[in-house]
Design a protein around this ligand. Structure first.
Ligand SMILES: [Ca+2]
Ligand SMILES: [Ca+2]
Ligand SMILES: [Ca+2]
Length: 308
């Protein structure tokens, strides 16, 4: 009689399953194929207790219903193991073996082995790998919930049962610049996969309108010396600048109101506040400078001469 029917999961089976998963899961999370190795002890006696001297092999039968075997492996000689391939992950299989002798007379079935194949296929995560954010007034930006932007599937675990973790988590404040956010999905069997999203946080431009200045009529034009810089984000954006008058008793004419460095010509004396605004296409910043236009000095006396 055969005894000690055992199973072994094949290490090779895992590799096969992983390769097939790539093919199947791109379109739909179908169950991937796997395999198992079944191990047994060979019989040494006939049913009447006499020595079994003409053992010719073992037939390993298997199927997805108890006692009903749709597949079989022929293992001639003294094999004590058979590897059944093409099994579907997460499906319960039933195995039973028969020994046969040199006259091809078969034994009864062994006891039945029940085995549910493991889920060896990682979840699949699809979605964007880049995300742009703008810096807010507090500096940096809060990470959104990226999980909501992704499609996460598994061959066996239902979507609601896949454990999904975003690191850093939603609501984490990240600085201007680039931060890698990783989303990891783990199925019920512990298989996991990760998806990285590169988050670019666009910094607010930096602007300096220059030092306050004063001129005195009849000089009515002052040089404006601004400074602007930015982080080259958003991608493809251009930095634009604009000079405007905030307050003053008269009017101001800028030689080139869109140039960082330009000149302002004032219509009359007084104190003028000028503003330099910079935009990177998404975010704006501004700084102000005060120019005092002083009243002209009185002309000096003239025709000085010796009185009589
Ligand atoms: Ca899986
Ligand atoms: Ca920027
Ligand atoms: Ca300048």
């Amino acid at each position: 009689m055969m005894t000690g029917l055992e199973w072994n999961r094949s290490f090779f089976g895992r590799a096969v399953g992983a390769v097939l998963a790539v093919t199947f899961l791109v379109m739909a999370p179908a169950a991937a194929a796997t395999q198992v190795s079944v191990v047994w002890d060979l019989p040494t006696e006939n049913e009447d207790g006499t020595p079994l001297e003409d053992l010719a092999g073992v037939r390993l039968h298997y199927g997805t219903a108890s006692g009903s075997y749709s597949g079989a492996l022929e293992l001639p000689g003294t094999a004590t193991q058979g590897t059944v391939t093409g099994l579907v992950e997460g499906v319960t299989y039933y195995f039973a073996a028969k020994a046969y002798n040199a006259e091809d007379v078969e034994s009864a079935y062994s006891e039945e082995l029940v085995w549910t194949t493991l889920d060896e296929t990682d979840p699949v995560i699809e979605g964007p790998t880049e995300h742009a954010l703008n810096e807010d007034a507090e500096g940096g930006a809060l990470l959104p919930d990226f999980v909501a932007l992704l499609t996460i599937m598994d061959n066996l675990t239902a979507p609601q049962n896949i454990v999904v973790v975003q690191t850093p988590a939603e609501g984490t404040r990240v600085p201007a610049g680039t931060t890698a956010v990783t989303v990891t999905a783990t199925d019920a069997a512990g298989n996991s996969s990760s998806h990285v999203i590169t988050v670019s946080v666009n910094a607010t431009p930096v602007v300096d309108a220059g030092a306050d200045d004063s001129i005195r009529l009849p000089v009515d034009t002052a040089a404006l010396n601004g400074t602007v810089s930015d982080d080259a984000l958003p991608t493809g954006g251009t930095l634009t600048t604009t000079w405007t008058m905030v307050s003053g008793p008269g009017t101001v004419v800028f030689t080139d109101a869109s140039a960082v460095d330009t000149e302002a010509t004032f219509s009359m004396q007084g104190e003028y506040v000028l503003r330099l605004t910079v935009s990177d296409g998404e975010l704006t910043a501004m700084d102000e400078v005060t120019v005092r236009v002083k009243k002209a000095l009185p002309k000096p006396p003239k025709n000085l001469r010796i009185g009589s």
